[in-house]
Design a protein around this ligand. Structure first.
Ligand SMILES: Nc1ncnc2c1ncn2[C@@H]1O[C@H](COP(=O)(O)OP(=O)(O)OP(=O)(O)O)[C@@H](O)[C@H]1O
Ligand SMILES: [Mg+2]
Length: 270
């Protein structure tokens, strides 16, 4: 039996005790301390956690842009670390689409050519790539704007173009690191509705990092990170409610500390 079929075909992502440290010379800074995460095709996961908790580090590993220091990552049934660079590039191209906070569209290229780019990397002939890119632009509501340069689009339109680029090769998994981080509320709602539709109607799996509970609420599942560990992994609704009560509790205990500080202070003064 080939290695590729040792996991269920529905399991898209499987992280087993994934650890990640950054090294500066011989100084090790551990960031991820043993992450276990399994994701089936069709899921929609929001990742939350304080700044520095390791969300982007985890996304880089999920996107095969970086490798774990320890532990195993299987993507679409493939043990990522066993792949040679060419096989890894192929797997990334077939399996993943990326959406970034800063859109990352290439400035000197038309919007249409930006969207066609992943197909050109996958050696699809140019005319066919452009045709598919145009169809994808229509799906995100930018059918008329393909000839423009990215800087001639609004922020929301640029993010739609970036989503079109992420989706043009029809990847089973879309990775989005704070895709609404640079957008206003109304445009964010638009983008989230678009992602939700893709997940529901096309079965595209999504992993999205956000700081905003309102954005995470679009997901089916919430994964909360704290100091490089999974603090919660379950239904988004319950997880968000729990998070709110945690924050409430923290605010209360901070207030209590402030008040007791105040009392002591007064006592000293008295
Ligand atoms: N290339 C790097 N070299 C060294 N340390 C790094 C590197 N990238 C990230 N770190 C450190 O790892 C920790 C986690 O960073 P990461 O970017 O994963 O956090 P994050 O949860 O995405 O935060 P944010 O919400 O601010 O984007 C931080 O302490 C950060 O300083
Ligand atoms: Mg980050």
């Amino acid at each position: 039996m080939s290695e590729a079929v040792t996991t269920s075909s529905d399991t898209l992502v499987e992280l087993t005790d994934v650890r990640k440290s950054y090294f500066s010379g011989r100084i090790e800074t551990p960031v991820l301390h043993g992450i276990n995460l399994t994701m089936a095709a069709g899921d929609f996961v929001a990742i939350m956690g304080q700044s520095g908790s390791g969300k982007s580090t985890l996304m880089n590993i999920l996107g095969c842009l970086d490798t774990p220091t320890k532990g195993e990552y299987r993507l679409a049934g493939h043990a990522v670390k066993s792949l040679n660079p060419a096989a890894l590039a192929g797997l990334r191209n077939r399996t993943l689409g990326f959406v970034f906070q800063s859109f990352n569209l290439l400035k000197r290229m038309s919007v249409l050519d930006n969207v066609a780019l992943p197909l050109l990397y996958a050696r699809v002939p140019r005319a066919q790539a452009r045709e598919r890119a145009q169809a994808q632009l229509v799906k995100v509501g930018l059918g008329e704007l393909g000839k423009r340069q990215p800087n001639q689009l609004s922020g929301g339109q640029q993010q739609r173009a970036a989503i079109a680029r992420a989706l043009v090769g029809d990847p089973p998994l879309v990775l989005a690191d704070e895709p609404t981080g640079n957008l206003d509320t109304r445009t964010s709602t638009d983008i989230m509705n678009l992602l939700t539709t893709l997940n529901r109607d096309r079965g595209q799996s999504i992993i999205l990092v956000t700081h905003e509970p309102d954005i995470a609420a679009y997901a089916k599942r919430l994964v909360r990170l704290k100091d490089g560990l999974v603090l919660y992994d379950g239904p988004a609704r319950e997880g968000l409610a729990q998070m709110q009560s945690d924050l409430h509790f923290e605010a209360q205990s901070e207030r209590a500390q402030d008040t007791s500080g105040q009392t002591q202070h007064n006592e000293v003064r008295a």
